[in-house]
Write a protein that binds this ligand. Structure first.
Ligand code: HEM
Length: 156
């Protein structure tokens, strides 16, 4: 694999996290204005863009490989803790997002409203930390590449 996928795929997947967070913000504003139909549609697209992000991210890890830290050694531990925090948040956001959507479609609006607020805030923090990881890894301190997961498994 060349270097192109290393630069383009992360940019595209980061774009989709950002887009998804913007859609969640718009959807929240719509429901505060009592626009239920618009809220439902916007949140549906927020979920679709989040899934597109995940598909790009997962296929990159499997077929292309990840990027290692290329910045100062002194910042490495900080970066790894930050990355871990981001991954945990993204996982929690996915589980909460699926639950929030299900509660919405089942018209359990009371629970949906309470969980929806938490889901939205977690998703905002996930997007912000995700964009920060992108900036650190690809713009400030371009790093090295790891082996694609699929090679590590089958081509040793
Ligand atoms: C992951 C996707 C979703 C998120 C993050 C989300 C988020 C939210 C939030 C934060 C609120 C509360 C607004 C507030 O009072 O501050 C809310 C309310 C609401 N949501 Fe969603 N929502 C999602 C998907 C859906 C879907 C798919 C539907 C419908 C099928 C839906 C229907 C509603 C309705 C009807 C309310 C108003 C509840 C009420 O008036 O008590 N939402 N949502």
């Amino acid at each position: 694999m060349g270097d192109l996928e290393f630069e383009i795929l992360p940019a595209i997947s980061t774009f989709f996290i950002a887009l998804s967070a913007v859609l969640v913000a718009i959807g929240w504003k719509q429901i505060l204005n009592k626009k239920r139909e618009a809220h439902q549609k916007t949140m549906f697209w927020a979920a679709v863009t989040a899934i597109i992000f995940f598909i790009i991210y997962a296929s990159r890890t499997i077929f292309v490989g990840n990027t290692t830290w290329g910045g100062p050694e002194g910042l490495k531990t900080f970066y790894l803790i930050f990355l871990f925090f981001h991954i945990v948040l993204a996982t929690v956001a996915a589980v909460f997002g699926i639950t929030t959507l299900t509660l919405g479609y089942r018209k359990k609006y009371d629970k949906h409203r309470k969980l929806g607020r938490v889901t939205a805030v977690i998703w905002f923090i996930t997007a912000i930390t995700g964009i920060t990881v992108y900036v650190l890894l690809y713009l400030l301190y371009p790093g090295g590449h790891t082996q694609p997961f699929i090679d590590a498994l089958f081509r040793q």
